[in-house]
Design a protein around this ligand. Structure first.
Ligand SMILES: [Zn+2]
Length: 257
């Protein structure tokens, strides 16, 4: 079973509940308001789904390469939309579908999810990573690479990283967080064309990353952000819970013989 932080990172939790990007309610009921299709290109169809939040009533838009039927009769009951196995471009059912992996069947959401990146991470960095993620999904690699580069610069700034060169700053961060896997920082240190001051960074003075490189760096940045901003808070919360349980426990107050 997925833990809470994995669920928070999803857009759709299953066919009934999602993390609303408007009211930021976690695990709130939604409804599928409509489905339309259009031709993305000569040989690619795309389906548009409109989703309305059961809490705040606002409607978001989602794009998928898959068609989910409005109604299908199965096992004696009518199932609707995301309860059904979707059809791919050739009209074949995707048998690997399970509504717990609904997110895998979408390539674009508007608004992009607030929850995919934990709220404990500073907003400026979170927005840049969301932007990079969104551009990457649309295959806009120039925008995706640019946003991710800016996110790394903002991370260094937010942490007050010391050093003259970019690599020195990453090294400083690596030393500051000895409990984080050093591989993550080494990956960031190896990025070419990063300057010591992002102010000097001119558009077009660097090459956008290839798709696989981009996803490798995106996931690395997310892992670093999680380690720096999220995990310490989660540990504090857990300690708080244990401490409060301890205050009620009698285990330590054994009668003396
Ligand atoms: Zn809502």
């Amino acid at each position: 079973m997925a833990n809470q932080s994995e669920l928070d990172r999803k857009y759709f939790i299953d066919h009934k509940r999602y993390n609303c990007p408007f009211c930021n309610s976690r695990s709130v009921v939604y409804s599928v308001e409509g489905r339309e299709e259009f031709d993305w290109s000569d040989n690619r169809k795309v389906w548009i789904y409109r989703i309305t939040c059961g809490g705040c009533g606002k409607t978001s838009l989602h794009l998928s390469d898959y068609k989910f039927s409005d109604h299908k009769y199965s096992y004696g009951v009518y199932h609707s939309h995301f309860q059904n196995k979707p059809e791919d471009q050739d009209g074949n059912d995707r048998d690997d579908y399970d509504s717990n992996n609904l997110d895998d069947f979408f390539f674009y959401h508007q608004p992009t999810s607030f929850f995919t990146i934990n709220a404990l991470i500073p907003k400026l960095i979170r927005d840049l990573v969301s932007e990079a993620d969104g551009c990457g999904k649309m295959n806009f690699l120039v925008g995706a690479s640019g946003s991710l580069r800016k996110a790394i610069y903002e991370l260094l700034k937010n942490q007050g990283a010391d050093g003259n060169q970019y690599e020195e700053k990453i090294k400083w961060l690596k030393d500051k967080f000895p409990n984080v896997y050093p591989e993550y920082f080494d990956a960031l240190a190896n990025i070419q064309d990063m300057t010591s001051e992002n102010l000097h960074e001119k558009e077009g003075s660097w090459e956008p990353w290839q798709r696989n490189d981009f996803y490798y760096l995106l996931e690395t940045v997310k892992a670093v952000l999680e380690e720096i901003y999220v995990k310490p808070e989660e540990r504090k919360l857990m300690l708080g819970r244990i401490t409060s349980l301890k205050s009620k426990a009698t285990l330590t107050q054994r009668p003396k013989k």
